[in-house]
Write a protein that binds this ligand. Structure first.
Ligand code: GLU
Length: 431
């Protein structure tokens, strides 16, 4: 696959020439904010680059006896505010530039919600659906070993991302622990609860998306009850966001995955759609709704649109067709800078990824704290604290947006980049 072919989920209508990579998006966002903050040029040069970039090529024995070489990455963008934190992605489109962008967004996300981490991301270029369970485990254990040069509870703490889950984290934790000679639960988050995982982590990102949407609606003096929602993506983020929106009284009318979307204007039975996806692997096999494309889903007449799949879905080519007045970014980097400008002009509020999907890393932080304390919280405490952190960040971002007269993304990045820049200045330059 050519790297320019990576963002094809809603790509039917996307003009090839205008396709923007995640890294270009991340840099353009940073540059705009560095200008506004009048960051020192040397500091912004440093923050444009990732601190550490590890590329690994490693063999995995496949079930048929062949040995296949895979490529993986672990990139730490910045660690001024604490250990590096960020997920591991298994996807065929993973490459160094994508991982760099995702690592940079993790730095800003952790700073924005004020948890004591820097930003990292990792990934392997692989389609996990094509691996057997044994192959997935061997790939994971070997990749964990390769990146153990950087990873550890005080240094760099992975978590799930697209294509990975709690089981993959259990194998990572076990592999790192085997090398160490004792169990190191704090080396990864998003683990199964019996291994030192936290209750509430699996649902946290999606739940956070709904909480942030609710906060945005409250500010606009609109009720969430009865609001219609279209969600692109039905993975961990999209599906749990759907359930959380329903629990808040909103009506989820559309959900999708790689196969396309399902649309039911009266409201979907999201659990039934999820069950169908669990059985056949495809949302579109759900019979009680019309089948639509991912491109059509983005253009539905809904109150809230949640892109919760890949980067680069809302672009200069399709932004004008978006009819929702509120876009809440469940995915990392779903909107290109060109699309951002179009949406802002059209009066569409975009709640940026680093705020909207931060619930996941916030609860990862709670998991890490619990692992260190050897003392575990109940679900009510996890959820209460997550909501508090997210609402506080939302209030800070919307106050900044108002004060600076900017869109929420610019405001969020101003807060986050400002906080990282302050940490860098306080630490100074070694030696
Ligand atoms: N992969 C998630 C994200 O993009 C979570 C990262 C974490 O919990 O460390 O925010």
């Amino acid at each position: 696959m050519r790297s320019s072919d990576k963002t094809t989920l809603a790509g039917e209508s996307v003009d090839r020439k205008r396709r923007v990579s995640a890294y270009e998006t991340a840099l353009a966002q940073f540059d705009a904010v560095a200008d506004r903050l009048k960051l020192d040029e040397n500091l912004s040069d440093l923050l444009r680059a990732c601190k550490r970039e590890l590329i690994v090529h490693f063999p995995v024995r496949m079930d048929d006896g062949r040995v296949q070489t895979f490529t993986g990455y672990r990139v730490q963008h910045n660690v001024a505010r604490g250990p590096a934190k960020g997920g591991i992605r298994y996807h065929p489109a993973v490459d160094l530039e994508e991982v760099r962008a995702l690592a940079m967004w993790m730095t800003w996300k952790c700073a924005l919600v004020n948890i004591p981490f820097g930003g990292a991301k990792g990934g392997v270029t692989v389609n996990p659906a094509e691996l057997s369970r044994g192959e997935l485990e061997r790939l994971t254990r070997r990749f964990a070993t390769e990146v153990s040069l950087l990873v550890g509870p005080e240094a760099d703490i992975p978590a799930p991302d697209m294509g990975t889950d709690a089981q993959v984290m259990a194998w990572v934790m076990d592999t790192l622990s085997m090398h160490q000679g004792y169990s190191m639960p704090g080396a990864v988050t998003g683990k199964p609860v019996p291994l030192g995982g936290t209750v509430g982590r699996a649902e946290a990102t999606g739940k956070g998306v709904a909480i942030i949407a609710q906060a945005a609606l409250e500010q606009a003096k609109k009720p969430i009850k009865g609001a219609t929602v279209a969600i692109q993506g039905c993975g961990n983020v999209g599906y749990n966001a759907a359930l959380a929106f329903q629990a808040l009284g909103a009506t989820v009318v559309a959900l999708s995955d790689r196969s396309g979307g399902v649309y039911q204007p009266k409201g979907l039975d999201c659990v039934a759609v999820g069950d169908c996806k669990g059985e056949t692997g495809r949302c579109v096999d759900y019979a009680k709704a019309s089948v639509i494309t991912n491109a059509e889903l983005l253009q539905l007449p809904v109150d809230i649109l949640v892109p919760a799949a890949m980067e680069g879905q809302i672009t200069g080519s399709n932004a004008r067709k978006i009819r929702a007045k509120l876009v809440v970014e469940g995915a990392n980097g779903p909107t290109t800078p060109e699309a951002d400008a179009i949406l802002e002009k059209a009066g569409v509020t975009v709640v940026p990824d680093i705020l909207a999907n931060a619930g996941g890393v916030v609860v990862s932080y709670f998991e890490w704290v619990q692992d260190f304390n050897r003392y575990f919280w109940d679900l009510a405490e996890v959820n209460r604290n997550m909501e508090k952190v997210l609402r506080q960040a939302f209030a800070e971002v919307s106050a900044t947006a108002k004060h600076e007269g900017t869109a929420l993304r610019t405001a969020a990045l101003m807060v986050a980049v400002g906080s990282v820049a302050e940490a860098m200045k306080l630490r100074g330059i070694y030696p």
